[in-house]
Ligand binder design. Sequence first.
Ligand code: PLP
Length: 363
Amino acid sequence: RVWNFSAGPAALPEEVLRQAAEEMLDWHGAGMGVMEMSHRGKEFVAIAEAAEADLRELLAVPANYRILFMQGGAIAENAIIPMNLLGDKVVADYVLTGSWSVKSYKEARKYGQMNVAASAEATGFTAVPAMCDWQLSADPAYVFTCTNETIGGVEYPFEPDLAQIGRGEVPVVADMSSHILSRVIDVSKYGLIFGGAQKNIGPAGLTIVIVREDLLGRAMALCPSAFDYRTVAEAGSMYNTPPTYAIYIAGLVFQWLKRQGGVAAMEARNVAKARLLYDYLDGSGFYESRVDPACRSRMNVPFFLKDESLNDAFLSGAKEAGLVQLKGHKSVGGMRASIYNAMPIEGVAALVDYMKAFAARHG
Ligand code: PLP
């Protein structure tokens, strides 16, 4: 297997893939694979309940939050969130830190009046505006954040706890698609956390939503039933047929995470992985990171060769060395290494070794 630095769908733990392969034809003596099971049968219900319980344990999700397994990806949530959370309010606030939060803001404007509470656009989206500079509106339904911008490689260096600016009553919504489970978070600081699974959790097709119970039951009349959080919660995420195989794989990833020591242990590894790569970038003189050092993502590391005419040679040499999916997003250019939970430090070390050798050849 190659070292796969894709931003998503992304590498999964090899142990998980091996277990899934072993269970493909016959899950635990059921005589069938998980893909073939009724979502209402006792085998699959047990799989889904275990996945939910393990996720709850890993993130220490308080009892007054519901975990929903949905479909549509994070992009569908950009519409589903205002449809569910605006309630009787007319305004919601958005903090713009890069491509994904901007996209969320634009979509939400179809459903209500959206206020930009803060924007890092003036920095070229290379930083997170400090909370003391957020201009919340008088009575917003929620404040939307994207706590890790996958494309720009910008991650919040703080939890957006509105109590710190005297607005603790406003629910914070966070798109955590690309760093959920990579670091310890305090779920109680958020009204709603969501993310597509295909980066740090499992296969595409599954969207995770963690929502505080008091935010259920406010959906607009036009909200599709399958996207009404209360309907989904009341049906135990089985109002419609859920993405059963993706839930099963996510469950295996959650068990793998517990065997690794849980989220705190993963965070320590992620800190070490990111430090290895950023320290090399900063010291090299041949490559550079353009993100504010205080807001650099531990999961998505965009970087540039100072001589961009070498980009193609860098990528083709990397591929030969078994290092793939390093090309940066087209809106940013350069390179990007996504180093999610499933990427061991050996993969990051292999990348740094290759970067050193390439710099020595071309420097
Ligand atoms: N939000 C973030 C932070 C992302 O990284 C992505 C990645 O694709 C999306 C939203 C869009 O997710 P999806 O393609 O699952 O709708």
